[in-house]
Design a protein around this ligand. Sequence first.
Ligand code: CP
Length: 320
Amino acid sequence: MRYFSKVNDLGDLHQALQEALEIKKDRFKYVELGKNKTLLMVFFNSSLRTRLSTQKAAMNLGMNVIVLDVNQGAWKLETERGVVMDGDKSEHLLEAIPVMGCYCDVIGVRSFAGLKDRDYDYAETVFNQFVQYSGRPVFAMETATVHPLQAFADLITIEEYKEVKRPKVVLTWAPHPKALPQAVPNSFAEWMNAADVDFVITHPKGYELDPAFVGDATVEYDQKKALTGADFVYAKNWSCPGVTNLAEYGQVLSKDMGWTIDEEHMSWTNDAHFMHCLPVRRNMIVTDNVIEGPRSLVIPEAANREISATVVLKRILEKL
Ligand code: CP
């Protein structure tokens, strides 16, 4: 595997899941694979889980790791072509990327959506520049529109905790004070469509996700109806994807606290497990009691980020 941003990049998903469970039993099994290989992790945005879990995964595989926080200590980067660089940006990404490629064997990129220009964000402009100009295998550590390492970890978690063969998994929008990207719900939808689950998405009108990610999922605007009988409740906020009205792209259309996942919402489910990728705004997205309750999986999900990243890096190293 040379690039990783989509579920199809992994090939057979069942096989990838089995590999993840095997690695979880012995996460240092492939420690020789990354000897004298260097991972460069490039962060344009903040991170706790992705930074730590991906670094740990690289260490599991015997790799060296360099972390670059673009906004702390590096030259301020211009990302648009054709700009007269007479402002505060000293270096263009189109030189910086091949230079980064000189010092490593694999590159992970975190670069969030700007939420101003839908076409620019959904073209994955920054990630694709790394693909085009770095000369190295590149994987997404949450880009403008996808967060596949999170979705893979979520799928591993569902596989581990499911109590029926084909569980009902509900992705529900929940309120948040700020505009957030659609990367997590997009990837979660993409991966659930590829998995053997009964998948339902629920959100207020106007929050329709891009049809390429919604795929065959059932979209139910009535949150109570959607949550009824759920085995897993995956809560997440996202800003307007601009599908039904492009002018609203990236905006907060609703802060309706009636969508916050509390004990009453969970009572409609089939004693569902609660999931969220973290970080989470308590008592906006989910109440203290639910996230701290016995059915909450937020910590196992975070733990599985190490496993999903180990599988992905292993597969990239195998093809170097
Ligand atoms: N879930 C997730 O990607 O967490 P971070 O933003 O802290 O990396």
